[in-house]
Design a protein around this ligand. Structure first.
Ligand SMILES: C[S@@+](CC[C@H](N)C(=O)[O-])C[C@H]1O[C@@H](n2cnc3c(N)ncnc32)[C@H](O)[C@@H]1O
Length: 267
């Protein structure tokens, strides 16, 4: 990442995401949806960008694909290795790296996936250009993102407005859930995108259980809470705001997290 103006931010992100593992289990049904939506077939060459603990990569391998996967965070990649061993897919190639600088040759993959991953790279135009570069012409890009008007998009906006500003030139992650923005970012390098929606069920015994679980595993929120430990009144006010935001999504002991899937073909 020499000469990368965002190297410092990415270093922080790598540390922030290290605690994500326990929450990744909840994303396994989304991975099944994404792999089906991407029409992954046996023999397809697939790249999973920002794979985390490998849920989408391993699901694609179970569908018969030949899979490579990349993430910034070594702690999560160690868990991905272990998940692959348990699932019997030790052939998956895991690489520590950056979505904005993919270490793969042009036109290497039939499918490029990202599940709630590339949306955290600071420069959308750089990440999408890289994902297109490594796709074969006619290959598919398919990704899951959080719409800004629903629970997780609102949570990242909440974290954003209560944290130090992002370096200039970086885009807030929830923009990746806006269909018009997605279409614009895919631009002329892809055909017209196809969208589908889903709801990720996050089981929780109470709203407080949900908030605590997010505070312990979603690095940017964890950091925000750590910054406020010496200001208990501020922290209590923020926690109340979080609970009020999450309350409409919590019923039947589940937090309903709406997501959007996008699919397009490289031109
Ligand atoms: C919400 S987690 C999603 C992980 C996984 N795809 C899943 O669905 O469980 C976000 C992931 O993005 C990774 N990430 C953030 N910025 C990245 C970047 N610039 N390049 C590669 N990975 C990145 C983090 O390390 C983390 O694993």
């Amino acid at each position: 990442m020499d000469h990368d103006p965002f190297a410092e931010l990415k270093k922080r992100q790598r540390e922030l995401w290290a605690s994500f593992g326990p929450t990744a289990t909840s994303t396994t049904p989304v991975a099944a949806h994404l792999v089906k939506f991407a029409a992954i077939a046996p023999g397809d060459t697939v790249l999973d960008v920002a794979t985390g603990t490998g849920v989408a990569a391993i699901t694609a391998a179970r569908a018969g694909a030949r899979v490579k996967a990349l993430d910034l965070t070594p702690e999560l990649l160690a868990q991905a290795h272990e998940n692959a061993r348990i699932a019997g897919h030790e052939e998956i190639e895991w690489t520590e790296g950056d979505a904005e600088q993919l270490p793969y040759a042009d036109a290497s993959f039939d499918v490029v996936l990202s599940q709630f991953g590339h949306m955290f790279a600071p420069r959308p135009e750089v990440a999408i250009a890289e994902m297109r570069r490594v796709l074969k012409p006619g290959g598919r890009i398919a990704f899951a993102t959080w719409p800004p008007e629903h629970m997780v998009g609102r949570m990242f906006a909440f974290v954003g407005r209560n944290s130090p500003p992002l370096p200039s030139g970086s885009a807030p992650p929830p923009q990746w859930g806006n269909l018009a923005v997605i279409a614009e970012r895919l631009g002329a390098r892809f055909d017209s995108p196809f969208f589908e929606r889903g709801v990720m069920a996050y089981p929780s015994l109470s709203l407080s259980h949900y908030r605590l679980s997010m505070e312990r595993t979603i690095g940017p929120l964890q950091k925000l809470v750590e910054r406020l430990v010496s200001e208990p009144e501020k922290l209590a006010a923020l926690r109340s705001e979080f609970d009020a935001m999450a309350e409409p999504y919590y019923y039947d002991n589940v937090v309903h997290q709406d997501y959007v899937l996008t699919r397009a073909h490289a031109i």
